[in-house]
Design a binder for this molecule. Structure first.
Ligand code: NAD
Ligand code: MG
Length: 387
């Protein structure tokens, strides 16, 4: 049976690769709704190609433009339209490929409507992990990871008998563009340097997160929630070739790894269609004669303080991960806009986290209040630049 899917963030890096997966499997996948935020001229040909039933855009002007060029589709705009797309019951799966905490409401809307969620938007789990897992449990729906590391771990866990089989998760990381840079080099890096990821081509925000290694910190928290493994059993391993996408070490000493070309279409397809087995796809194969070596090293936590900060916030729970995430988003966009230096990104996040008093309750309101406070606090530190 054809799976009907909604793709939020269709014009982004993950969204476009998901549409490639849909092109490769027209019998198995039908895109029934999509969203875009800014790149409307990119969205229009996609709407014409995939002919979804519903499209969500950001502004009323954008909605007018889409309606004029695609009269066959229903178009909504604003936050409400995004939630309408996420909870469209005609769809049986939402691919949440939005970036940032802006994706939380959409994830929850889909789960509450009984729709499985293929989750690329890791910020959802970082900021609101407990709430999201509760919503999935109550509605008896699945959260399927799209992040390559978490997809790898899911695949490695296929024949685990019980959670106690698992001794530890080994999250691999390329190390980003500054793996071999000195601390002095880091003082001088430009936005272009930081965007130039050695093995993956991704959206701007995650590219910067990969350069600070905050991305791996976010992924540690994501893994904790997805696999219910304590932080003490989640390790980061630098693996510059990005061929092993992560590993699971079991209590009998065996280690399983998942390997492949660094191509996000593989984990996207696994999330969207993995329950139907391994469907044939002709993405570029790993060429073993080109893979001369697979190397590993421990992360340099002095040079990349985002790693310890993320473990600390994950362990502190409450609103700390949400605050870390929101401060990070603010600092990353300030760096991209040229307002702060590279090393100031994580420094600002640390200061915001240190100033935070966790809320007593832990509902969505507390999370959004903490998120707002963190953005404002980060913004005022950026304005002062007294670092
Ligand atoms: P991107 O910047 O390329 O795309 C983001 C999409 O979200 C765009 O379509 C944009 O229009 C939309 N968007 C942004 N802000 C929005 C808002 N406030 N409201 C509604 N829509 C908004 O980002 P990406 O690289 O595709 O990453 C998407 C998510 O997937 C992120 O959470 C990222 O961490 C995760 N992820 C990405 C990759 C990758 O290879 N790109 C790999 C693993 C995980
Ligand atoms: Mg990843």
């Amino acid at each position: 049976m054809t799976r009907k899917v909604t793709i939020l963030g269709a014009t982004g890096s993950i969204g476009q690769q998901a549409l490639d997966v849909a092109r490769a499997h027209p019998e198995e996948l039908q895109v029934v709704a999509m969203s875009a935020h800014t790149r409307i001229e990119q969205l229009i040909p996609l709407v014409q190609e995939f002919r979804p039933r519903f499209v969500a855009v950001h502004t009323v002007e954008q909605a007018r433009v889409v309606r004029a060029q695609c009269p066959f589709v229903e178009v909504g705009f604003g936050e409400e339209a995004l939630q309408d797309a996420a909870s469209l019951t005609e769809s049986s799966m939402l691919l949440n490929a939005l970036v940032g905490a802006a994706g939380i409401r959409s994830t929850l809307a889909a789960l509450q409507a009984g729709i499985d969620v293929a989750l690329a938007n890791k910020e959802t789990l970082v900021a609101a992990g407990d709430l999201v897992l509760d919503a999935a449990r109550v509605a008896k729906v699945k959260i399927l990871p799209v992040d390559s590391e978490h997809s790898a771990i899911t695949q490695c866990l296929q024949d685990a008998h019980s959670p106690t089989d698992v001794e530890k998760l080994l999250l691999t990381a390329s190390g980003g563009p500054f793996r071999t840079a000195s601390k002095a080099d880091l003082l001088r890096v430009t936005v272009q340097d930081a965007l130039a990821h050695p093995t993956w081509t991704m959206g701007a925000k995650i590219s910067i997160d990969s350069a600070t290694l905050m991305n791996k910190g976010l992924e540690v928290i994501e893994a904790h929630f997805l696999f219910d493994v304590p932080y003490s059993d989640i390790e980061i391993l630098i693996h510059p070739q990005s061929i092993i996408h992560s590993m699971v070490q079991f209590r009998d000493g065996a280690v399983l790894a998942q390997l492949g070309s660094p191509d996000m279409r593989i984990p996207i397809q696994y999330a969207l269609l993995g329950d139907q087995g391994r469907l044939a796809a002709n993405w570029k194969r790993l060429n073993w004669s080109e893979v001369s070596q697979l190397t590993f090293e421990l992360p340099d936590i002095e040079k990349f303080p985002a790693i310890s900060l993320a473990y600390e916030c994950g362990i502190a729970q409450k609103t700390y991960p949400a605050v870390m995430n929101a401060a990070n988003e603010t600092a990353v966009y300030a760096f991209l806009a040229g307002h702060i230096h590279f090393l100031e990104i994580v420094e600002i996040v640390r200061r915001v986290v240190e100033a935070h008093q966790a809320e007593v309750g832990m509902g969505l309101d507390e999370i959004f209040a903490a998120d707002r406070w963190a953005r404002e606090t980060a913004q005022s530190l950026i304005a002062k630049r007294g670092l």
